[in-house]
Ligand binder design. Structure first.
Ligand code: SF4
Length: 425
C-alpha cells in the first residue's frame, strides 16, 4: 500500500436514501449507508462498513451514472448506461436503466469491455489507496467524527470481504449460481435462503445446474440458515427488502416449506413494508412443479406478507427445440403452464408468475415463430404482469445480433418481454 498520498476525505458517516425502491436514470442509494468522497471518487459503504460501490466524479469517468457495485458474493460488477441512457436505451430490453457488466462468463447480448478503460479500472486501485489512507488516518486520530466508521471499514479488508462471501455460501450450502430475472427489481440485492437443492430435470443445455437430485431441506435446517443469515448480514439487514428462496426449483418444495421459510424469514430477518411496497419473495419453479401446484398453494402464497415472484423455465414451445436442448418436457406441457401463468397472474394480487424462454442463433426458426405466436395471442387481462424473459444461450456466438429478433418478438407480444442476463450472487 502507498501511504504517501494522503488526501482530504469528505466523510459522511450516516446518509439516508429513499426507503422505497424506485427505478431511476441516476443511481439512487436506498436505505442507510456511509459515504467517503475524494476529489475523484465517491465510495459508499454498507452499515457493516463493507465497501459497496465506487463511482468516478471527474469528467473523464465514462458517465456520471455509471459505477462499480460489489455484490454480497464479492463480485465487482460495473453498471453501464450503454450508448443511450434514455427510454430507448438499455431499459427497452433489460427493463432497467443499467446493464450490469459481470466479471465472469455469462450470456450477455451486449458485452462492454469496461476493463480495457484505464480510468474505470483505476477505481479499484483507488479503493486500495483509500484503504491505506484510512489506515493512516486511524493511526493519526484524524476525522474524529468518523472514528467508528473508519474502524469498521478497516475491519473489512479485501481478504475479509472474500472470506465473508465464502461464509455466506457455507451458510446456504453453495453459491447461488443464478438469480431469478425478477430480482432486477431490487437490483439483485436479496437475502438467499436454500429450501431445496438440485432440480427435477438436469437439462442438457443448462449452464447453472448441479448434479444433485432434487431434495427439500428440513425445517430445522431452514431455521439454522435463517439464524446464521441474521448474524451474517448483521446491522445491514435493515437495507434488504427481498428474500430469495433457492435453489433451482424451490416451488417443487411445496407450500408448507415455502410458507414456513417465508414466514420465519420475514420475522427473524426483520422484513417490513416500506411505504406502499411489500418486501419481495423470489423463487424459481419448473413446468412440472408449477403444473403440479394446486390452488391451495397459491392461496397460501397470496396471504404471505410478501409480493411473490415465481419464475418458470419454459425454454421453448417447439418440440424439436425442447428435444435439442435436452429438456425432458413436452410442448403441450409448456403451453398448459403458460396458460396457467396467465390465470394465476389474473387471480392473485400478490403473486406474479414470469417465464423464461431461450434465444440463440443455432435454434430452429420454429422456435422463434412458435414463441412469437404464443406471446402475440396470449389472453391477458393486464399487460403489466407476467414478464417473459429471453435468455441468450451461453454459447451463441452472435449475441448482439439477437437484439433485433428480441425487439421483433417484443413488439407483437401481449406480455412485457425483456432479456435475461444470467447473474450469480
Ligand atoms: S434449466 Fe432448470 S430444470 Fe433444467 S437443468 Fe437447469 S436448473 Fe435444472
Amino acid at each position: 500500500m502507498d501511504f504517501s498520498q494522503q488526501q482530504h476525505l469528505m466523510i459522511s458517516v450516516e446518509k439516508e436514501g429513499p426507503d422505497k425502491l424506485v427505478k431511476q436514470t441516476f443511481p439512487l442509494r436506498f436505505g442507510k449507508y456511509s459515504e467517503i468522497k475524494t476529489q475523484d471518487f465517491e465510495f459508499c459503504f454498507n452499515l457493516n462498513g463493507e465497501i459497496r460501490s465506487i463511482r468516478g466524479l471527474k469528467s473523464n469517468w465514462p458517465h456520471p451514472a455509471e459505477q462499480f457495485k460489489r455484490t454480497a458474493g464479492n463480485d465487482w460488477v460495473y453498471y453501464t448506461v450503454g450508448d443511450k441512457s434514455g427510454n430507448d436505451g438499455i431499459i427497452s430490453w433489460m427493463g432497467e436503466y443499467y446493464l450490469p457488466c459481470l466479471p465472469y462468463t455469462s450470456n450477455p447480448v451486449w458485452e462492454i469491455k469496461y476493463f480495457s478503460n484505464p480510468v474505470v479500472m483505476s477505481a479499484l486501485a483507488k479503493w486500495s489507496q483509500l484503504f491505506a489512507n484510512l489506515y493512516m488516518a486511524d493511526l493519526k486520530g484524524l476525522y474524529p467524527h468518523a472514528k467508528d466508521l473508519i474502524k469498521k471499514i478497516l475491519a473489512n479488508d479485501d481478504t475479509i470481504l472474500y472470506e465473508r462471501s465464502q461464509q455466506l455460501n457455507k451458510i446456504i450450502g453453495s453459491r447461488v449460481s443464478v438469480l431469478p430475472p425478477d430480482t432486477r427489481h431490487v437490483d439483485y440485492d436479496i437475502i438467499p435462503l436454500t429450501i431445496a437443492d438440485g432440480c427435477l430435470y438436469h437439462c442438457k443445455f443448462c449452464c447453472v445446474k448441479t448434479d444433485q437430485k432434487f431434495q427439500k431441506r428440513s425445517k430445522d435446517n431452514i431455521l439454522q440458515q435463517i439464524g446464521a443469515l441474521k448474524d451474517h448480514f448483521g446491522a445491514n439487514l435493515i437495507n434488504y427488502h427481498a428474500l430469495f428462496l433457492g435453489n433451482h426449483d424451490a416451488l417443487a418444495a411445496g407450500g408448507d416449506i415455502i410458507c414456513f421459510a417465508a414466514e420465519e424469514g420475514y420475522q427473524t430477518l426483520g422484513f417490513k413494508q416500506r411505504m406502499d411496497q411489500k418486501p419481495f419473495l423470489y423463487l424459481f419453479g419448473s413446468v412440472g412443479s408449477f403444473l403440479g401446484a394446486g390452488q391451495a398453494l397459491f392461496e397460501q402464497l397470496n396471504r404471505l406478507p410478501f409480493y411473490t415472484y415465481i419464475n418458470i423455465g419454459f425454454e421453448s414451445i417447439d418440440s424439436k427445440t425442447l428435444s435439442l436442448i435436452g429438456k425432458p418436457i413436452k410442448a403441450e406441457q409448456v403451453k398448459e403452464a403458460f396458460e396457467k401463468m396467465i390465470e394465476i397472474n389474473d387471480t392473485f394480487d400478490r403473486i406474479e408468475v414470469t417465464g423464461n424462454f431461450i434465444e440463440g442463433d443455432s435454434l430452429s426458426p420454429e422456435h422463434d415463430d412458435s414463441l412469437a405466436l404464443l406471446l402475440k395471442h396470449a389472453k391477458v387481462k393486464s399487460k403489466s404482469k407476467g414478464a417473459i424473459y429471453l435468455s441468450p444461450l451461453k454459447d451463441s456466438p452472435k449475441k448482439r445480433e439477437l437484439l433485433p429478433r428480441f425487439y421483433k418478438i417484443k413488439e407483437e407480444s401481449r406480455l412485457p418481454v425483456f432479456v435475461y442476463l444470467i447473474q450469480r450472487l
